[in-house]
Design a protein around this ligand. Structure first.
Ligand code: ZN
Length: 300
C-alpha cells in the first residue's frame, strides 16, 4: 500500500463542536505531540466563522459541501461553499489530493463514546480501526459505506479519511474527559499511519465488529411539531440492541410508540441535538463482523 506523506487534522468542521478547535490549539502549543517521523501533519480549522459564532454553520452545513459539483465555482457562494473551495484547494483537490489522510474531529450530544466513522472498507481503514480499538477498547466503529456516489463529506476530499465523534457533550461545551478521549483517538490514528509507513508488524485481531448504517429514523411529526420524544428507556443506549416491539418514542400525552421494524437493530446518535432540524431521531445500524486483512493484503 502506498506511503502516507501528508496528514491533515481538521477540527471545527461544525463550529459548535468545540473540542476539535481546542485540540488544534493544544497542538499549536505542543506540536511535538502530533509529529511522526514518516509524514508531515497539518492542522486545519474547518469553519472559522461558525466556530467564532459558536454555531454549527453560518449558511449551510459545511460537511455537506464537498460533492464534486458543489466544489465548482458558483457566482455567489454561501460562506460554507466558499470555505469548501478553500479546503479543496488546501488539502485536495478532490480526486488528486496533496494530502493522503485526513482526520475530521466531531462531537455529539448522543452517548456515542469514542466513535470512529469509516466510509470505506479498504485495507487501511479496517486495520486503522482495529488498531485504535486495540489501544482504546471502548472505541466503537460506525461504518457508512459511501457506495459509488459522490459523497459530500469533508473526508471525501482525500483517499483515506477517519471521522472521529466523541460524546456525550453539549454543543458549544468543552469537557476535559471528552477532550482527552478525542486526543487519544487522534494520536492513535497518527501512530497507526506511522506504523503503516514503517511496515511494522502489528498484532491486530482477526475480526472487527462494526455498526453498519442501516436507516435514518425520523421523529413522528404533527402540525410542524415533534409528536414524540425518545423513550426514556432508549435514551443514552447507543449501540445496544433494539428489538421489534421495544419502546421507541414517548408521545406528548405519555403514550408509547414501539419499534416496528422486522429485525434487531442497534441505534446510534440517539437524540443528537444537531439532527433536530432534520427531525432525525437516531440512526439505526446493524451489527456486523468484518475480517481484518493483513498489512500485505491488496486493496480492493
Ligand atoms: Zn459534527
Amino acid at each position: 500500500m502506498s506511503h502516507i506523506k501528508n496528514v491533515a487534522i481538521v477540527g471545527g468542521t461544525h463550529g459548535n463542536e468545540v473540542t476539535g478547535p481546542y485540540l488544534l490549539r493544544r497542538w499549536q502549543l505542543r506540536p511535538e505531540e502530533i509529529k511522526r517521523p514518516s509524514f508531515s501533519t497539518r492542522l486545519c480549522l474547518g469553519n472559522p466563522k461558525a466556530f467564532k459564532e459558536n454555531r454549527r454553520f453560518v449558511d449551510e452545513d459545511l460537511n455537506r459541501c464537498f460533492a464534486g459539483d458543489s466544489l465548482q465555482s458558483r457566482d455567489s457562494p454561501s460562506y460554507e461553499a466558499a470555505r469548501a473551495s478553500v479546503l479543496n484547494y488546501e488539502i485536495g483537490p478532490k480526486g488528486s489530493s496533496k494530502y493522503d489522510f485526513v482526520i475530521d474531529i466531531h462531537t455529539s450530544t448522543s452517548n456515542c463514546g469514542a466513535m470512529l466513522v469509516l466510509t470505506g472498507d479498504d485495507v487501511f481503514s479496517i486495520r486503522l480501526a482495529a488498531y485504535i480499538q486495540g489501544k482504546i477498547p471502548e472505541t466503537r466503529i460506525h461504518y457508512i459505506p459511501s457506495g459509488d456516489g459522490d459523497p459530500p463529506f469533508l473526508g471525501s476530499l482525500v483517499s483515506r479519511s477517519l471521522g472521529v465523534e466523541t460524546g456525550p457533550i453539549p454543543q458549544g461545551v468543552l469537557r476535559y474527559d471528552i477532550f482527552e478521549l478525542t486526543r487519544r483517538v487522534v494520536l492513535s490514528a497518527l501512530d497507526f499511519a506511522h506504523n503503516h509507513n514503517s511496515g511494522l508488524q502489528l498484532d491486530l485481531p482477526k475480526e472487527l465488529t462494526v455498526f453498519k448504517m442501516h436507516q435514518r429514523l425520523k421523529y413522528p411529526m404533527e402540525e410542524g411539531y415533534l409528536a414524540a420524544m425518545i423513550h426514556e428507556s432508549l435514551q443514552g443506549r447507543d449501540y445496544e440492541p433494539l428489538n421489534p416491539g421495544d419502546p421507541l418514542f414517548r408521545c406528548l400525552d405519555g403514550s408509547l410508540l414501539s419499534y416496528e421494524g422486522a429485525r434487531i437493530v442497534y441505534p446510534v446518535f440517539i437524540n443528537e441535538a444537531a439532527y433536530y432540524r432534520e427531525q432525525l431521531a437516531m440512526v439505526l445500524t446493524t451489527k456486523e463482523t468484518l475480517s481484518v486483512p493483513g498489512a500485505d493484503a491488496a486493496d480492493a
